[in-house]
Unconditional design. Structure first.
Length: 283
């Protein structure tokens, strides 16, 4: 089977996918560079025209639903809660403006790069992916969906339709820090997302995630637990850098050594927490 088709509905897209293997195309910003040759091979389903997969809307019980074909530019410009500040900041550094206009959140997640900038902030927001297929719709936590470098738990006959952010994860404020070989248009060496919620002048909830330092981005539950109950001026001092390293499996590649990544991850986590604590203290 070969050819290109741009379905008008999700039902039509799923019907085409059920007939046999297809390449799913959204923004194409990961797919085209990875293609060897002048064009995509095989049967291609272009999802970019599906209205069901675009936009940001209120979800059930006060959460948010981000359509899988929503562009990074749209996310960066959206009026989202302060808890999503890290996600908006990551969206603004995913490549250049052209990439942000074309690239989609769903395509980025399905590409499953260890250095995908959107993943750490989504982890701090307890994101779940919504998958549609012939057996109906199912939902997976993002950390369960990402199975390894370039690997996901999407079945061949399924389409990722949306990302769900639960209401409980929209409390507090988020931040995203990225370390690369230069300031812009660069693959991350280390990236950190953090979200802190305060109540009664102390940290009530903490969510921390590190990307580009392990085969998949990881949350830091032990470091998060140590922050709960801290006053703003105490928070950064409670970041145990050894615990940060212990939660990761630092990569050793052409961009940086494992040892450098481990050291940098601890520093960026401490900076992210300190920045959020200062913002709270200055309110």
């Amino acid at each position: 089977m070969s050819g290109y088709v741009r379905p008008a509905s999700l039902t039509e897209a799923l019907g085409l996918l059920a007939r046999g293997p297809h390449v799913l195309l959204a923004g194409g910003t990961d797919l085209y560079p990875a293609t060897e040759g002048p064009r995509l091979d095989g049967a291609v389903i272009d999802l970019s025209g599906l209205p069901e997969l675009a936009g940001i809307a209120a979800g059930p019980r006060g959460g948010l639903v981000i359509g899988a074909c929503t562009s990074w530019a749209a996310i960066a410009a959206a009026g989202l809660p302060a808890a999503c500040d890290g996600l908006r900041a990551a969206a603004a550094v995913v490549g250049g403006r052209q990439i942000q206009n074309a690239g989609t959140i769903g395509g980025n997640l399905c590409n499953a790069s260890p250095a995908a900038d959107g993943v750490p902030p989504l982890l701090t927001l307890a994101a779940e992916v919504v998958l549609a297929g012939p057996r109906g719709s199912r939902r997976l936590p993002l950390e369960a969906f990402l199975a390894g470098p370039r690997l996901t738990r999407r079945a061949p006959d399924e389409i990722l339709t949306a990302v769900h952010l639960p209401a409980a994860a929209l409390a507090g404020r988020g931040v995203f820090l990225k370390l690369g070989a230069r300031a812009h248009l660069v693959i991350s060496i280390v990236m950190v997302a953090a979200r802190l919620a305060f109540a009664g002048g102390r940290v009530a909830a903490a969510a921390l995630a590190v990307g580009a330092c392990s085969p998949v981005a990881r949350r830091l539950p032990a470091v998060e637990a140590a922050l709960v109950g801290a006053l703003p001026e105490e928070a950064a001092g409670r970041v145990d850098r050894a615990a940060v390293t212990a939660a990761l499996a630092p990569l050793d590649d052409v961009r940086a050594s494992a040892a450098y990544r481990a050291e940098a991850a601890g520093e960026l986590v401490a900076r992210a927490v300190a920045g959020l604590a200062r913002a709270e203290a200055g309110r």
